[in-house]
Write a protein that binds this ligand. Structure first.
Ligand code: SAM
Length: 269
């Protein structure tokens, strides 16, 4: 496996792994075939690893279309972003746009702009898919980081970018490949009810299917690494046939200021 020049993540994503990279790097196999990341989000580990052969995927179609636009047409994305001001009126007007009908490059500029200028740089939508993060009031956000976007485009040149459910990785991963799973986490709060698990579309049943899938992949000779919250449900799920360690991350993206700080995560393989 050889590595290409790294580019940085271009979107901040809740659950981003930048802080945990030193721990994640330690648990990457020294050699592997194709790198798979079925819950790509901001892609911190993917960009850090810079694998030559990779398949990245996510269930969020806007995110997937954004990655594709940056890969296929960085000039058009940059051209749009260059003209977008850090202004509340503009932010609100853009936020209200019916973006799913727009072209990929327009959608990508929309995602990147809102991510850079929105509060805390997070992606959050209501049930109808409407983006509802308020204006962030940053003095001088880097709305258009053209150098990095060109770097990302180069980095993504040979990468397959799929709009897919995580389960489909089973058909793609071959013995000797590596899969990093960073799913929506089991909620860390004890007060979260069972229905809260399903509200984000990823319930305990999905967590159990993910565990079973990871086990089958290991059995077939695929190296796996998984992240999740360090809560009893997760430790119970991975109690047999997996190694688990606890690592600590600083969580900057949390709407509740009291909940920012060090959070325990489980790293599983
Ligand atoms: C915790 S985030 C990933 C964070 C990312 N690894 C990073 O470093 O920024 C989880 C991602 O899983 C995606 N997702 C949720 N359910 C999914 C599913 N069933 N299949 C694939 N992706 C899914 C979400 O859209 C989200 O982008």
């Amino acid at each position: 496996m050889s590595r290409l020049n790294p580019a940085k993540p271009f979107l901040k994503w809740a659950g981003g792994k930048r802080q945990l990279l030193p721990f994640l790097r330690e648990h990457l196999p020294v050699e592997f075939g194709t790198y798979h990341e079925p819950f790509i989000g901001g892609g911190a580990l993917f960009f850090d690893t810079a694998p030559e052969q990779a398949v990245i995927a996510d269930y969020n179609l806007r995110l997937v279309r954004t990655y594709r636009a940056v890969r296929d047409n960085p000039d058009a994305v940059i051209e749009r972003l260059k003209n977008y001001p850090n202004d509340k009126e503009f932010f609100l007007a853009l936020r209200a746009q019916d973006i799913d009908c727009a072209s990929d490059d327009e959608l990508a500029a929309w995602m990147i702009y809102l991510n850079r200028t929105g509060f805390n740089g997070l992606y959050r939508v209501n049930r109808k898919g409407g983006f509802n993060v308020p204006f962030g009031r940053y003095k001088n956000p880097k709305i258009c980081d053209a150098d990095n976007l060109y770097g990302v485009a180069k980095r993504l040149e040979s990468v397959e970018i799929l709009h897919a459910d995580f389960r489909s990785v089973e058909d793609r991963a071959r013995p000797g490949d590596f899969v990093y799973f960073d799913p929506p986490y089991v909620p860390a709060s004890n007060t979260a009810s069972f229905t809260a698990y399903t509200k984000n579309g990823f319930g305990l049943d999905d967590q159990a299917e993910l565990r079973d899938l990871a086990r089958r992949l290991k059995d077939k000779g695929v190296a796996v690494l998984l992240s999740n919250s360090s809560v009893p449900e997760v430790h119970a799920l991975y109690a047999e046939g997996f190694e688990t360690i606890e690592i600590f991350a600083n969580r900057a993206i949390n709407c509740n200021a009291a909940k920012r700080g060090k959070v325990a995560e489980a790293l599983i393989w």
